[in-house]
Write a protein that binds this ligand. Structure first.
Ligand SMILES: Cc1cc2nc3c(=O)[nH]c(=O)nc-3n(C[C@H](O)[C@H](O)[C@H](O)COP(=O)(O)OP(=O)(O)OC[C@H]3O[C@@H](n4cnc5c(N)ncnc54)[C@H](O)[C@@H]3O)c2cc1C
Length: 350
């Protein structure tokens, strides 16, 4: 009998399965390949200082070192490189904004991610930087495509991945185990992101899915060693191209790239760089975002054999490694789940 049957091989399912195996659990992952899954479309940026308030992100002191350790360990195991630590250049749009951000850092130093100033002209030619900006340390980007394909190959070679559509109607729930297509497991965990329907068995959860679009660009002559961010980002990929993101749309939850999304992104590019560019690719996906901005981790109220590991929203790259470990420690040692992320915070009857 398996310990865990995990549905989904996005960032959530991959990292949960890897962590569970590391703790000695037997695991099988089920996934139907989708080119436009949230994890595949993601920009992959991790940034410890975000938002208009320019403060350290939630649990950054724990999450960021843990994520680095995890991705580095997987890089060594799979013999591939996908985790890139890079400076994040947050450009200012006015002298007022420059003063505002500097005052904020003075008042509330976000150490160890304390940003430092750069002056106009210090970044490569072509980056719009009339008021200079701040260099944020501790950030970077994960090449999510490469990470997922490395995990795919690793799981396939160990026979821990079954490429198939998962249909909940085929599940037989017994008192102390679950049966699905001839597999027997102690627990079934849904790490299936957002696909146009509320997660089965958890349809009461207040997901607030957000569509996002990104562009891949050719920008001849742009030489960037880090990520430039303002009200979007541009990051240098490994193949000489650049990724630009991202849009946020709560109304259209289709998986198609749109003309409006493209135009919005082109405007973002024009506010970041002054060099002519060409759009090479345009992708869209839907983020599994949640009303209270906290993931859903834990067990079904009445069916404790069924669990969920979802809702990582806009920050899956930095959140998932730590929370995969948190969930596995709960499964193996009974460690209590943080109340903030425990799916039990939402009652089905509400
Ligand atoms: C445009 C965009 C930009 C983003 N940028 C960033 C960023 O810069 N940094 C960041 O940290 N995060 C970013 N995100 C968010 C990030 O992508 C998510 O937090 C994260 O990828 C969610 O991973 P997941 O595994 O929960 O979901 P998913 O990636 O959706 O994975 C779910 C998996 O489950 C599988 N699946 C679903 N249903 C079934 C079924 N019935 N049968 C079989 N398989 C199934 C799918 O094939 C998929 O592989 C971005 C998202 C988007 C859309």
């Amino acid at each position: 009998m398996l310990d865990l049957l995990i549905i989904g091989q996005g960032l959530a399912g991959s990292l949960l399965a890897w962590t569970a195996q590391k703790h000695g659990l037997s695991v099988l992952v089920i996934d139907r390949f989708r080119k436009n899954s949230s994890s595949r479309v993601a920009g992959g940026v991790f940034n410890p200082i975000t938002g208009r308030r320019f403060v350290k992100t939630w649990m950054a002191d724990d999450l960021f070192p843990f994520a680095e350790e995890t991705y580095r360990e997987i890089e060594l195991e799979t013999n591939r490189l996908f985790y890139h630590q890079k400076p994040i250049y947050r450009t200012f749009s006015s002298t007022e904004q420059r003063m505002e951000f500097l005052n904020k850092i003075d008042e509330d130093d976000p150490a160890p991610f304390t940003p430092f100033l750069f002056e106009k002209g210090e970044l490569s030619k072509g980056v719009i930087q009339p008021f200079g900006g701040l260099v944020i340390p501790g950030g970077g980007w994960l090449n999510t495509e490469k990470f997922l394909s490395s995990m795919h190959d690793k799981f396939i070679s160990g026979q821990h991945l079954f490429v198939s559509d998962f249909n909940p109607d085929q599940v037989k729930i017994k008192a102390d185990h679950i049966l699905w297509k001839g597999f027997k497991t102690k627990k079934l965990i849904l790490a299936d992101g957002w696909y146009n329907q509320p997660t089965t068995w958890f349809s009461h959860l207040p997901f607030l899915p957000t569509k996002g679009e990104v562009l891949t660009l050719d920008v001849p002559g742009l030489d960037l060693d880090g990520i430039v961010s303002k009200n979007g980002f541009i990051l240098p990929l490994e193949n000489g191209l650049f990724r630009v993101g991202a849009t946020y749309n709560w109304n259209d939850l289709s998986f198609n790239p749109t003309q409006a999304g493209r135009e919005e992104l082109i405007e973002k590019v024009k506010s970041l760089v002054s060099i002519p560019f060409e759009v090479v690719e345009h992708d869209a996906g839907v983020r599994p975002t949640v009303q209270d901005r906290r993931p859903f981790i834990g067990w079904h109220e009445e069916l404790p054999q069924i669990g969920i590991f979802n809702g990582f929203g806009t920050k899956g790259v930095s959140l998932i490694p730590w929370f995969a470990n948190h969930f596995v420690e709960h499964i193996t040692n009974g460690k209590e789940l943080l109340a903030e992320v425990d799916v039990a915070r939402v009652r089905a009857s509400r």
